[in-house]
Design a protein around this ligand. Structure first.
Ligand SMILES: O=C1O[C@H](COP(=O)(O)O)[C@@H](O)[C@H](O)[C@H]1O
Length: 224
């Protein structure tokens, strides 16, 4: 794991967006279509605001959330909603957002079909993850019912998870799929998350799920 520290979150967003755009351009030189995976939550919005203006062949880019809260896209908590509103605009409007939610179905019932639909786009070319102060990444929460399955070396692409205290069920790409990414970034802001990341080092992924994705990971940190 490599930690890059920035003076503020604005500089971090610009630098990270530049880096991801370069990686996407490099991946597009190698493949017809490339897969960009990004988180939801409160942190990545400013990166999306910068990345969406990057000049690259977005029509050859598939975009997928790292995980989804089981809500329709119109819902305020939908990760897809954030991605569509903040990333798939301007230059990036021609990218294709892959679904991670199916209306009128449960996560358990839908993950097989959703995973099959995303299968042709794998592996991930560029991955950006977020992390909570509880050391969860994507929707791999320490207290999730299916965490052990999501961490297995032979895990399915997409795993349904119920997390005590969270307002809705979740689905998440498994650690195996996240770790197959050609480039892996994690974005965090503030001292509490930096301390949580330090605590996670050396802990088992069952206790600190972010530890499952630390190999070859570049962590981008800025103060609050
Ligand atoms: O619930 C989620 O949380 C994490 C971290 O979110 P943040 O608001 O603390 O930045 C996020 O990466 C994940 O995609 C999301 O579903």
């Amino acid at each position: 794991m490599k930690l890059v520290e920035y003076a503020d979150s604005e500089m971090m967003a610009m630098a990270l967006a530049d880096m991801m755009a370069s990686e996407l351009r490099a991946a597009l030189r190698q493949r017809d279509r490339v897969l960009l995976v990004v988180p939801g939550g409160t942190t990545p919005g400013p990166v999306f605001d910068d990345l969406c203006g990057a000049r690259l062949e977005w029509e050859r880019v598939d975009v997928l959330p790292s995980d989804e809260r089981w809500r329709p896209e119109a819902h305020i908590r939908s990760n897809a909603r954030l991605i569509r509103e903040r990333l798939l605009v301007e230059e990036a409007a021609s990218a294709r957002l892959l679904p991670m939610y199916a209306r009128d179905r449960t996560p358990e019932d839908a993950v097989g079909d959703l995973a099959e639909a995303m299968g042709a786009s794998l592996p991930i070319s560029v991955l950006l993850l977020g992390m909570g102060a509880d050391m969860h990444t994507a929707s791999l929460f320490p207290r999730a019912d299916n965490l052990a399955l999501a961490l297995e070396p032979g895990a399915p692409v997409l795993v349904p998870l119920n997390v005590a205290g969270e307002p809705e069920p979740r689905v998440s790409l498994s650690a195996r799929v996240l770790n197959d990414a050609m480039s892996k970034h994690l974005i965090i802001i503030g001292d509490a998350k930096k301390a949580a990341l330090e605590r996670a080092r050396g802990q088992s992924p069952e206790v600190a799920p972010v530890a499952a994705v630390m190999d070859d990971l570049t962590v981008h940190w800025a103060p609050e």
